[in-house]
Design a protein around this ligand. Sequence first.
Ligand SMILES: Nc1ncnc2c1ncn2[C@@H]1O[C@H](COP(=O)(O)OP(=O)(O)OP(=O)(O)O)[C@@H](O)[C@H]1O
Ligand SMILES: [Mg+2]
Length: 222
Amino acid sequence: MEAQFITGTGTDIGKTWLACALLRYWRGEGRQPSAFKPVLSGFDPLSPEVSDAGALLAALGREVSAAELDAIAPWRLKAPLSPDMAAAKEGRRIDFDELVAFSRRAIAMADGPLLIEGVGGVMAPLDDRHTVRDWIAGSSLPCVLVTGSYLGSLSHALTALEALQGVGARVAAIAVNETQDSTVSLDATLESLSHHATNVPLVAIARRRPQTGIARLAWLLC
Ligand SMILES: Nc1ncnc2c1ncn2[C@@H]1O[C@H](COP(=O)(O)OP(=O)(O)OP(=O)(O)O)[C@@H](O)[C@H]1O
Ligand SMILES: [Mg+2]
């Protein structure tokens, strides 16, 4: 199986950026990847192309149409808040079982590399009882944990790793996406992480030369 869940230590860490880079890489190799962003908050229906779903569709070479958005991002919420809060603002609730069933159907139908991007970080609440890690565990998907190299990222990464492993989720790789203008170097971050996150491949995504890390990650996942 070549399906992966893309999660992260938090919002804005680079999940979509990394997913798009992987999709383009695989397409460049002649493969036919697919991608989903089932739960999307902060969605502006007037500018769907700037949403995560829009970026993923563009990376897949697909049109950003209503039908395509429905296919890859059925839970679209307007408020730029955690999914539980954004859904409540619309008098809605994310049906966790339906979300897991949707993810499982997507995995069953894929015939190439498949990425499911989560929402926010590992412990972002989906409703009153479930967080993203429950979704990952419920979908039985291995995941890529995206983190950064900012001061504080080590604790965020190791806490997220513990949370995932605590529910039996398999972490296929930790992608350390270099934080711009950080006081901490990418190399030092990787060195320290390597002592604590043993048995999980660490992949460095350097701002200046991201392709090396993208190629290694693409290879690790397939
Ligand atoms: N390695 C990188 N090189 C250049 N830009 C990057 C890189 N990583 C992230 N970015 C940029 O940082 C911003 C946040 O990244 P991104 O949208 O991928 O985060 P995210 O984790 O998907 O956020 P969300 O929680 O909203 O889904 C985007 O503008 C993205 O293009
Ligand atoms: Mg995103």
